[in-house]
Ligand binder design. Structure first.
Ligand code: FES
Length: 292
């Protein structure tokens, strides 16, 4: 299909990688240099507090508002009713405010991506910048009573934002950005032995296998804690991360989870890690899903 061929062309663009190499460290360092407040802000932008990425929630604002503006412009040109045009102008302004929110959250999420998704994500962002410039120009022209040109710029902006929205969908449905990577696993409903109790030492991260599902085991002050081993953000291997007290840090993009309950301490992850119930029988650690 033409769209698949187009995505392949995007994925082959080395320039997108080079530009990403320049921008990503700037975004990450901006948050890092602000200390704990920067980390809090980053968590807010990712949507850690929401239990879901915030960016796709906010993208509905510009897309909805600009679709309304397109319809109102068309109705004004057919009916000649000036108040419809005023509604279109207001919708464009609302869309620009929403676009600012979508931009900061999208940029924050993108700063923690790699590979193909990073390239497609950068182009998605650049197209959104283009659409925002076109709509800003449209609004300025409308205010100067140059309506025909203003409507023309809005139509161009709508075409560019639609192309960008297509790439946004590709990032989610094909690259699986923003989806819960720990959710698609069939957790064991009955207890299964996974490791000898003697093999799990305090302060150690251990990977085990529970009926084909990788499990992270940690001894927490004598208790055995067990979480899904696959990081909910983009599938990183948690046993290769760092343990600090009751918090494990993913080695790939630094998401931090509480090993006792799986809750997200810091993003970019927004979904908690699935947790297992544990027990020790005849010297073997056994686990089963909490949600049976
Ligand atoms: S895979 Fe990204 S933080 Fe774990």
């Amino acid at each position: 299909m033409a769209t698949e061929a187009l995505i392949k062309v995007v994925e082959q663009q080395e320039a997108l990688d080079q530009l990403s190499d320049q921008i990503q460290p700037l975004v990450r360092n901006a948050f890092k240099s602000a200390g704990p407040a920067g980390r809090e802000l980053k968590n807010i932008f990712h949507g850690t507090w929401l239990g879901h990425p915030l960016h796709p929630v906010l993208t509905d604002v510009p897309l909805g508002a600009w679709t309304a503006a397109l319809a109102l412009d068309a109705m004004e040109s057919i009916s000649g009713r000036r108040e419809l045009g005023a509604g279109a102008d207001a919708a464009i302004a609302v869309g620009l405010v929403g676009a600012a929110g979508a931009a900061v959250t999208g940029l924050t999420d993108w700063s923690e991506t790699d590979g193909r998704a990073r390239k497609v994500g950068l182009l998605h962002g650049l197209l959104n910048v283009g659409a925002t410039v076109l709509y800003t120009t449209s609004l300025v022209l409308r205010r100067k009573q140059k309506r025909t040109a203003g409507v023309g710029f809005a139509m161009l902006g709508y075409a560019v934002s639609s192309a960008s929205a297509y790439l946004g969908g590709h990032l989610v449905f094909s690259e699986q950005i923003g989806v819960n990577h720990a959710a698609a696993q069939e957790m064991p409903k009955e207890f299964v032995p996974v490791l000898s109790d003697a093999e799990l030492r305090e302060g150690e991260l251990k990977r085990a296998d529970a009926g084909g599902v990788p499990v992270l085991l940690v001894r927490c002050e004598g208790d055995v804690c067990a979480l899904a081993h696959t990081c909910s953000h983009l599938g990183g291997p948690l046993s290769e991360g760092k343990l600090e007290g009751d918090v494990v840090q993913c080695p790939w993009h630094g998401s931090r989870f509480n090993v006792r309950d799986g809750s997200v301490v810091d993003g970019p992850a927004t979904f908690p890690q699935p947790r297992f119930e544990t027990r020790v029988r005849e010297g073997q650690i056994e686990v089963r899903s909490i949600d049976r």
